[in-house]
Ligand binder design. Structure first.
Ligand SMILES: [Fe+2]
Ligand SMILES: [Fe+2]
Length: 298
């Protein structure tokens, strides 16, 4: 149990570890220039691992999956991939309900896979469901009791002293400031993960990056969101997160082609979704790169 964890020296833990956290590539509406740049960064800098927190495609179509899988399988680096709400078949309802993961066959090996790095584990948490009886549409997250149990069990099985990052598609924030329901069961999940003193939760879905610390009854919980590498931008240019872990310190940099500082890209609250902010009071990154019209949706 992590309650027994002892402090490791940097040498024992293989520190510092460097991860690239990518999200929301949305093949079908990918930003080719940003994606080529991210790939070049991975090839040249060879991080210890790459975590991709979902929404590989726009509509889970076969050609989109083929492109996504080819891109991911060409990465010669340990990689874990989470499932996003856009990755569950949208048009084929039979597949959506009975074989939602069939189209991931080629990348099965890396799908929702726990990565065991020196004294650090990246543990998946599924937040995407094929249906939600509580509401429609089903684009927002739901941490089912089963999904949470699986993640907690994986964390509890780790050797003492292992640091943990959890990878999910949806941020776990359960309610928007005005009370609207976002991720179902998110508050309970956050409390359980804070209890286990995880270093942070990596997520996507929002398309703007963030690095926030939430307070829970079990203590603080770091919430790290990656931006998008697609044309479906919200209020920031395409970006990915570089995450450096040294001991129990986690440094997050939102890297982008324009070399803007992270602070210019990171939003200070979690909005509902990836659409550009149109209503007053919605979070907008300091860079304020809001497109005049909504990006196309395939
Ligand atoms: Fe997305
Ligand atoms: Fe999403």
């Amino acid at each position: 149990m992590l309650g027994n964890m002892h402090s490791r020296t940097a040498a024992e833990s293989g520190d510092p570890l460097r991860l690239f956290h990518l999200s929301d590539i949305h093949f079908g509406l990918e930003d080719t220039r940003a994606l080529d740049w991210a790939k070049a960064c991975i090839e040249q800098e060879r991080p210890d691992a790459v975590a991709i927190t979902g929404d590989l495609t726009m509509r889970a179509r076969h050609p989109e999956f083929r492109a996504a899988c080819a891109w991911i399988m060409a990465l010669d680096i340990p990689v874990t991939v989470e499932v996003g709400n856009h990755d569950i078949p949208y048009f084929n309802l039979y597949e959506r309900f009975f074989a939602p993961y069939k189209r991931f066959k080629v990348i099965e090996r890396v799908l929702e896979t726990q990565l065991d790095l020196p004294a650090l584990a990246i543990v998946p948490l599924r937040t995407t469901t094929r249906a939600q009886y509580q509401r429609f549409p089903w684009s927002n997250g739901w941490v089912t009791d089963h999904a949470l149990h699986q993640t907690l069990r994986a964390i509890d099985a780790l050797p003492a002293g292992t640091r943990v990052l959890v990878a999910a598609h949806h941020p776990l924030t359960e309610r928007r400031a005005d009370g609207k329901l976002l991720t179902i069961n998110g508050t309970h999940a956050m409390e359980q993960l804070a209890k286990r003193r995880v270093l942070g939760i990596l997520s996507g879905h929002i398309h703007d990056p963030f690095d926030l610390t939430a307070q829970t009854p079990s203590g603080p919980l770091r919430m790290i969101g990656a931006g998008t590498l697609s044309l479906r931008i919200r209020s920031t240019p395409p970006s990915f997160n570089e995450i450096v872990v040294s001991g129990d310190q986690v440094k997050v940099t939102a890297r982008n082609l324009d070399e803007l500082p992270s602070e210019a890209l990171q939003i200070d609250r979690v909005p509902e979704n990836a659409l550009p902010p149109r209503a007053p009071g919605e979070p907008v990154a300091p860079v304020g790169n809001v497109p005049a019209t909504d990006p196309p949706v395939h």
